[in-house]
Ligand binder design. Structure first.
Ligand code: ADP
Ligand code: NA
Length: 332
């Protein structure tokens, strides 16, 4: 009974990676051509749950917007804006802080990972982050949330918040959104350690391919990527127990937009010394037009800002009546 609507967000916390591209940006762009309303947000209020230098945050937000647009986001088809532009996120976030339970937040694996051992010194915002994320999604009554695997637990928490709100207030007001996690690259791993996800916050630059890396950097990082001594299998089951090998094949498949089986049909039997340059060429071919366009857009900040202003207006127009009705339900 809820109209299909897609929402997702990315933090402007710097160093957009190949993981962000394959797990998020590229898939966001695929959705916009399905005739479904698509809303994409740069979640700056999530970014400041850990310290961000103000000038860096401003630059990274523009760079992320440039990354979206260069990856094919069409501002005529998708809404793109900053979270802080639409106050409804924070307002609904507060209401959800009062719906969600401490115990739910304590179970979040990302909280445990990011807060580390010294939880007493983590920001309160980092702890409450998943309630704000629920507001990001539900302030638009979004029904589908394309994300990487790391965000699955947060979308499930969003569902729990929607269910509890509806139950407590005896309404059928918020939809229970579905996480959409599909394709070969829902969890792109670090190039240095096949058990860790590739992340913009990893201190090792060699662990990730940044969307702004040049051809030489990409080739060098792939050449140095950790693998095992065996060659490439001819079927996917030959990648079992070989996380680094599997990761490189997954990346190839996602970039080439074919299945892992299709890749292995072509390259099965080759050594990694032969496969890595193929992967590097493919990554450069796909990423270099994007990084060139990002660089152009970074020279035209007024173009980016105009798109975001317009996106913010459109987002606000959807969020405002939903927020107004929420206040009404709560008795405000
Ligand atoms: P990061 O984890 O790099 O800081 P965000 O938390 O802002 O990035 O995540 C933005 C989006 O990118 C989310 O949908 C997330 O699931 C996706 N994503 C992040 N890292 C990866 C990865 N290594 N593989 C696939 N998707 C990823
Ligand atoms: Na993440």
């Amino acid at each position: 009974e809820f109209k299909q609507r897609v929402f997702s967000g990315i933090q402007p916390s710097g160093n957009l990676t190949l993981g962000n591209y394959l797990g998020a940006l590229k898939r966001f762009v695929d959705w916009q051509d399905n005739g479904i309303e698509t809303i994409y947000c740069m979640v700056d209020m999530h970014a400041i749950t850990v310290w961000q230098d103000p000038e860096a945050l401003r630059r990274q937000t523009r760079e992320l917007a440039a990354g979206f647009i260069a990856s094919g986001l069409d501002p005529q088809k998708s809404i793109l804006f900053n979270q802080s532009q639409v106050s409804g996120h924070a307002e609904l976030g507060w209401i959800f802080n009062c719906v969600a339970r401490m115990g739910w937040m304590q179970r979040m694996t990302q909280w445990k990972d990011k807060a580390g051992k010294n939880t007493q010194n983590a920001s309160l915002g980092l702890f409450a982050y998943p309630a704000l994320m629920a507001a990001d999604i539900l302030v638009y009554h979004a029904t589908h949330v394309p994300v990487g695997e790391d965000q699955k637990q947060h979308v499930e928490l969003t569902r729990d918040i929607a269910i509890k709100f509806n139950h407590d207030y005896k309404v059928d007001f918020f939809p229970t959104p579905e996480p959409v996690i599909e394709g070969a690259a829902t969890r792109v791993m670090s190039l240095r350690d096949g058990t860790k996800k590739m992340s913009k916050s990893d201190p090792s630059d060699a662990s990730r391919i940044n969307m702004t890396d040049d051809a030489d950097a990409i080739a060098q990082k792939i050449r140095k990527a950790k693998t095992d001594p065996d060659g490439l299998p001819s079927e996917a089951e030959g990648l079992e127990g070989r996380p680094e090998a599997r990761n490189l094949v997954n990346i190839y498949a996602a970039l080439a937009e074919v299945s892992v089986d299709d890749v292995l049909r072509d390259v099965g039997g080759k050594q990694f010394s032969e496969f890595k340059p193929m992967l590097a060429d493919l990554a450069v071919a796909k990423l270099s037009p994007i990084s060139t366009e990002m660089a152009r857009l970074m020279q035209a900040p007024e173009e980016i800002d105009a798109i975001l202003r317009n996106g913010g207006d459109k987002a606000r127009a959807i969020a405002e009546p939903i927020l107004k009705k929420t206040y009404d339900i709560v008795g405000m």
